[in-house]
Design a protein around this ligand. Structure first.
Ligand SMILES: Cc1cc2nc3c(=O)[nH]c(=O)nc-3n(C[C@H](O)[C@H](O)[C@H](O)COP(=O)(O)O)c2cc1C
Length: 180
């Protein structure tokens, strides 16, 4: 069984990046994965303080879920061409122990066409915690940020592109974790 943890990095109710994460969770479960979705809007974290051990229950949930994951999805709204502050703050609580050798898929939602810069910055963070960047990523932007009532991307091509990327991501996770 492949365990995937998804961190939805928006602090906005009904965020499109979080809606996309719920679709990713559904599709990954359809592919036989066990998925934990951590929407940071519903899992508020304190500000990271270097050198001060945290006894916060939500931090413990974040750390445990990432440690148990075979593969990780990081999703962010594109803020000024960068990942959201709350996602970066969450990632500051973790590091090699949670990411080393694990395949990570980066996902963004942008007002413009593509959240290229926020995706690249997420991949830089992943590299620095020794995660393995999935070479495919998912970006929704502009009109692609609408969803059907059942939670799927409304645009056919976006839905197909998301599924192709998930197929690639899961096969990479299985290869790196030696799961058949
Ligand atoms: C503070 C802030 C900065 C933003 N900066 C950008 C930006 O640089 N480029 C862009 O395309 N969209 C930008 N946007 C628009 C968001 O990326 C867009 O609305 C996105 O879909 C929000 O994701 P969400 O629905 O998950 O909250 C910005 C929005 C906010 C609130």
């Amino acid at each position: 069984m492949v365990h995937i943890t998804i961190i939805a990095g928006s602090n906005r109710k009904n965020a499109t990046s979080t809606q996309l994460c719920r679709h990713l969770q559904q599709q990954l479960e359809n592919m036989g994965c066990q998925v934990t979705l951590l929407p940071l809007f519903e899992l508020p974290l304190p500000f990271y303080r270097p050198g001060v051990a945290s006894d916060d229950a939500n931090v413990a949930v974040l750390v445990k879920s990432l440690r148990e994951a075979d593969g990780i999805v990081l999703a962010t709204p594109d803020y000024h061409g960068a990942p959201s502050g709350i996602l970066k703050n969450a990632l500051d609580f973790v590091g090699f122990d949670e990411f080393d050798g694990k395949v990570v898929l980066s996902v963004s939602s942008a007002g413009g066409a593509v959240g290229m810069s926020s995706l690249q910055q997420l991949q830089t963070i992943v590299r620095n915690v020794h995660g393995v960047n999935c070479p495919e990523w998912i970006s929704i932007g502009g009109e692609q940020r609408s969803f059907t009532p059942d939670g799927s991307p409304a645009d056919d091509k976006t839905r197909q592109r998301v599924q192709r990327t998930l197929n690639f991501f899961v096969s990479m996770v299985k290869t790196f974790r030696k799961i058949s």
